[in-house]
Design a protein around this ligand. Structure first.
Ligand SMILES: Nc1ncnc2c1ncn2[C@@H]1O[C@H](COP(=O)(O)OP(=O)(O)OP(=O)(O)O)[C@@H](O)[C@H]1O
Ligand SMILES: [Mg+2]
Length: 254
């Protein structure tokens, strides 16, 4: 199952969910590949992988090397295709290529079938890199921050998904919405969660990702939360989310 973590809104928890969901799935014995599609390379550095132009998805997208050459086997049971800032400039080059929407899909073809889950961490835009992710993915997971304005911009994202489905990737579906940075003591947090469930019903995962400083600390140690704070609330939440994701993937026949 290829899943893209997408939301054009910045800082909503895409990378945090991508990294920790990937690690939690790997912990359960799934074969997982995490693809860092963001020039900010947060998923790469968050797993302790040193970022460089030579070992960046950019090089594979440009055909300078094969993606296999870039694979990093992390100590956390998952493989990573790292990114680098060069991917930002690469966007312009990609735009000039024929069938530019399918560059990632073509690049990953031989690789994806080796994994149970391929998780794509998108940048905060609806540009060509995110479109490539949406053309490669089977399902989309939208992280939604439990804060004011959370639902703003969501209709644009949903419209984009529809457009990609109609023209480029007919099989694409909304796999789930995950509520992030949830603080149960905060009324606004509870209200956003309720509103999201009213609008999107079963699509919203039952698991709420709590707001905790441990989750923001973990990347600076280069570790997923399940290793950095294995007994904490956030690790528990990601293990539950991973179970929900496995169950939905089973229902979809993988
Ligand atoms: N549940 C959480 N509790 C506390 N801090 C969090 C939580 N989720 C994310 N953060 C922090 O919030 C910031 C933004 O999160 P993250 O990088 O995952 O978002 P993003 O959507 O990937 O951002 P971007 O759009 O820039 O790629 C980071 O500093 C991260 O550590
Ligand atoms: Mg990110």
């Amino acid at each position: 199952m290829i899943l893209a973590l997408a939301n054009q809104k910045g800082g909503v928890g895409k990378t945090t969910v991508a990294v920790n969901l990937a690690a939690s799935l790997a912990e359960r014995g799934e074969r997982v590949l995490l693809v860092d599609l963001d020039p900010q390379a947060n998923a790469s550095s968050g797993l302790g992988v040193r970022v460089s132009a030579a070992r960046s998805l950019y090089a594979a997208l440009c055909g300078k090397c094969s993606p296999q050459d870039l694979l990093v086997a992390t100590p956390y049971g998952l493989d990573l295709l790292p990114s680098s800032v060069e991917l930002a400039g690469g966007e312009v080059e990609i735009l000039a290529l024929p069938e530019r929407e399918f560059l990632l899909k073509r690049t990953l073809t031989d690789l994806t079938e080796r994994y149970d889950f391929v998780i794509l961490d998108c940048p905060p835009s609806l540009g060509i890199l995110t479109v490539n992710a949406l053309c490669t993915a089977q399902g989309v997971i939208i992280p939604l921050q439990c804060e004011y304005y959370a639902l703003e911009g969501l209709s644009l994202l949903v419209k984009t998904l529809r457009r990609v489905r109609e023209g480029l990737n007919p099989g694409l579906f909304l796999f789930g919405i995950v509520l992030t940075m949830y603080d149960g003591r905060n009324r606004l947090s509870r209200e956003v969660a309720e509103e999201a469930r009213r609008h999107f019903r079963w699509t919203v995962f039952e698991t709420l990702i709590p707001r905790t400083v441990r989750l923001s600390e973990a990347p600076s140690h280069g570790k997923p939360i399940t290793v950095y704070d294995p007994g904490g609330r956030a690790a528990e939440a990601f293990r539950r989310l991973a179970e929900e994701v496995r169950e939905r993937a089973r229902q979809k026949g993988r």
